[in-house]
Design a protein around this ligand. Structure first.
Ligand code: AR6
Length: 169
């Protein structure tokens, strides 16, 4: 049975095959969830990310999880919100889809996402939640490998937005 749910919590603590990192195009760390993931994983993660020489917005790269409970970290730079007419929706969907594709290629059955782009990158929350849930649902329909996806929401407002979207679909 395919499953999609939202929980409130800290993505660095979840026990899944892969967690996704809302990174930037350098892939070399930053604030928010990216900073938390790098701190929890330890310096091995930074060293592993150096090898990529960055990543374009909407694409994804995979590393080991190092000191994290998750086996892998999938790093994807989401779009920076510039008003909504600069391809932001499509780029955000690409981040979710390309991350799930990499999870599948690496035999991950369980995947956890943060709310990509809705922090520092200022993507409107309800619109981002709609794109995330629609894209994940579509992927789960056809995946033979990825069976469970969790949206790990750090704050109650984010959690409520994803809960609402999951119920409405
Ligand atoms: N677990 C789950 N979610 C978290 C955690 C955590 N430990 N910490 C924060 N969040 P943001 P973005 C939530 O700003 O908008 C970084 O500097 C947070 O509350 O982390 O994609 C990168 O290097 C929010 O709901 O990511 C980039 O430069 C969500 O994660 C830039 O920020 C995303 O917020 C990316 O910005």
């Amino acid at each position: 049975m395919h499953q999609l749910k939202a929980i409130q919590g800290d993505i660095t603590q979840v026990h899944v095959d892969a967690i996704v990192n809302a990174a930037n195009t350098t892939l070399l760390g930053g604030g928010g969830v990216d900073g938390a993931i790098h701190r929890a994983a330890g310096p091995g993660l930074y060293a592993a990310c150096l090898q990529f020489h960055g990543c374009p917005t909407g694409e994804a790269r995979i590393t080991h999880g190092f000191r994290l409970p998750a086996k892998y970290v999938i790093h994807t730079p989401g779009p920076i919100w510039h008003g909504g007419n600069n391809g932001e929706d499509k780029l955000l969907a690409n981040s979710y889809r390309n991350s799930l594709q990499l999870a599948e290629e690496n035999d991950c059955h369980t995947v956890a996402f943060p709310s990509i782009s809705t922090g520092v990158y200022a993507f409107p929350l309800a619109r981002a939640a709609h794109i995330a849930i629609t894209t994940i649902r579509d992927f789960l329909k056809t995946s033979q490998v990825v069976a469970e996806v969790e949206m790990v929401c750090f704050d109650p407002t984010t959690y409520a937005a994803y809960q609402r979207e999951i119920k409405e679909e």
